[in-house]
Write a protein that binds this ligand. Sequence first.
Ligand code: N01
Length: 864
Amino acid sequence: MTSGKAGAAVADVDVAVVGAGFAGLYLLHRLRGLGFSVKVFETGADVGGTWYWNRYPGARCDIQSLDYSYTFDAELAVRWQWSEKYATQPEILRYLQHVADTLDLRRDIAFSTRVEAAEWDAAASLWRVRTNRGDAVSCRFYVMASGCLSMPKTLDIDGIDRFAGEVFFTSRWPHEGVDFTGKRVAVIGTGSSGIQSIPIIAAQAAALTVFQRTPNFSIPAYNGPVPADKRSAIESGREQYRDEARRSGIGVPVPVSEQGALQVSDEERLARYEAAWARSGLVEVLSTFNDLLANPASNETLAEFVRGKIRAIVHDPATAEALCPKGYPIGTKRLCVDSNYYDTFNLSHVRLVDLRTQPLATITETGIDVAGESLTFDAIVFATGFDAMTGAIVAVDITGREGLTLKDKWSHGPRTYLGLTMAGFPNLFAVTGPGSPSVLSNMVVSIEQHVDWIAGCLEHMRREGLAVIEATEAAEAGWVQHVNDFGDITLFPRANSWYMGSNVPGKPRVFLPYVGGVGTYRTICDEVVTRDYLGFRFEGPAGVRINDGIIRRVQPDVAIMLDIVRGLGLPAMETMPVEQARAFAAMLATQRPPGPNVGECVDGTLPGAAGDLAYRLYRPATPGPHPIVVYFHGGGWVLGSHDADDPFCRDLCVRSNAIVISADYRHAPEARFPAAPDDGFAAVRWIAAHAESFGGVPGQIAVAGWSAGANIAAVVCQMARDAGGPAISGQLLVAPVTDADFSRASYVDNADGYILTTSLMRWFWDHYAEEPARANPKASPLRASSLVGLPPALVVTCEFDPLRDEGAAYANALAAAGVEARHLPCRGQIHTSLMAVDAILSGAAARAEMGGVLRQFFGAPILA
Ligand code: N01
């Protein structure tokens, strides 16, 4: 018995845990070691979780056993020797039984006991848990360690109750095993469970028919003894190996290529895929290039490679084609790892029924009816999957504060903070819950990290005398946003998979796991702690303590870029002499992806206000003539050239179907204000007057620019209006400088840390213009006496940019002056990130919108 908060009710145990699989066992051991009393409830009659239930023939892990092992106990790691590269279910179960015995865990586990309900008692600050055996247990903390793939999907096939033969579910396989010798067997489902069991069932059965609705990609396991190189890699530096796993993307230390699949020649790409196929391993194969799960064209190269393998293995071309997955990217449904799966379809007694061409009508007394055929079977095996990630959690009737049930809270998709906790549900934790890397990782690594985090949190609360912890609504909403943002820059949402909840009829289509990687995720969880449990509300005898906030607000790919930049320890540009800063900026520009191909790219010169100016012209691949966008590069009037913004200009050209002419201008401090806008205006006048010679449409000229270039574009529009021409069709101002005023909130909020800093902006202004000149509308276009009569505008601003508020102010002022002006605020972006074409994918939607608006400026329809 243990006490709750001072003066509060006394709980039966400190912690109640649901599930005695990998997660529950380690949780029990870890918390017991810290002196907490723990009770584990397990539906199964023994430990094992997933590995207790999934006893179907061929069940194995698909992460190598040496990696798919606990790491918390060095002695255990040395003592236990795996017999195979991918251990079988019985061996993994024996391992977990061994762990339970060695650590004496069974005495605190109630087997064959299902938790049916758990209710938060706010007055007593404890959970009241009820089981199917009528136990009522109170606890201070309640932990769902119930697994991600433990709740079988409710069967959505007609007629199941009518079948008179034998029925089996891979997820609930009989303990005594099944003998299919001489039988006609049907297997429905071709996910990992189907793909693992089909070859073994085929070896026994008289006839096997596989019913496939969606083909899956599968790679060979090449199972065998534990690979010697892997064993020695671990044994020669166990801690270092495990640490690398914890900091890796998937929880297995595998080198990830630094190249995209399209950055190498066709021959090189094929050679790498062949090597990966020969080596196998799902993590390894998907790490062959760094953009396989982000770039559809890259992904398709691997998908087609695997299809080629299927066609080479399966003799009957029609069967091979039916087995070839199409219509979703490889890796976005769990990649399967098989032993002789495709070869099985070369056996004369094995048949594939493609449910896409012969839909399943019903199950009958004697078998299965599909379109045009009635098939007879002695046994049907359902390998139809799980209500993944949320199913097992909401299977318990969980009621939090003020009667809120978790089922209701998650009715539109799960909402968690870090995949660990939920607002409205105090003192409730989930191990590898939705919103954490979980199923996209080596589960054991993720489980250990979650258990350690929970243990650390409980210790912290004990130390501080805190009784209740709960995620705040804002922290949770921020995390849900971050998880979705990460999912959205990958290809995962393009598949109907259980990752998306789309395998279960009626389940909200939401990307369930966190795709940022276990290393990134661990850093975030640790940061929550070091920032004094950011995003949590605590209650204790001293009252309520709230540390509200959002742990990640910048877009995920922007965060990764910022981490890389920070890691490089680059000097601040404003500390350099101008020439050095220019060379430095030019060097950085060479590190970016090149941007898309355009029809033609030519360099030339045109007359400026005081001498020739270089320009670069980008012509679309479509037949001309085209409208023209005159573009001004960024760089604080001091740095940059048409090289600097080259990828962005290419992107604009492709998306707008317009010629983009990136016109240079004289730079400060050699040529200070107003040289830049004077050159800009001269360039626009020249190009307008010679539009046809550029292949342009006369009278269809827009201006665009980024940062200081957007300042020039905005000023040029004012100069053209005041000079009576040329007519400008529209202005695209991306993160523009519009006002020399450092007092706006965005300068304060984003002073540092987002590449363009306040001090760098001061440095730019100091080089560009004397204080009094800065008030001139040719330097600060927001200060123009009137904005009436300016061309339509799209003003794009970035949330974490010192220039954000002056951009927004310009958009508002334009609109107030009757200009057709739109403001596009980009959540989570920084000053430079929209320029990073093909590197910051979260900026792609904004770039598409810019291209669409340019088309609108010229009166053309926006393409999809
Ligand atoms: O389940 P699944 P699983 N009519 O959902 C089909 C892990 N695991 O148990 O894709 C006809 O992947 C369904 O078709 P479709 C691993 O993470 C690991 O195989 O929905 N067919 C699909 O083909 C894995 O990803 C290992 O069109 C129906 C299949 O059933 C996860 O568990 C081993 C249907 C279900 O595939 C789940 O794998 C096993 C219907 N009404 C599992 N309903 C390891 O190796 C469903 N299907 C560690």
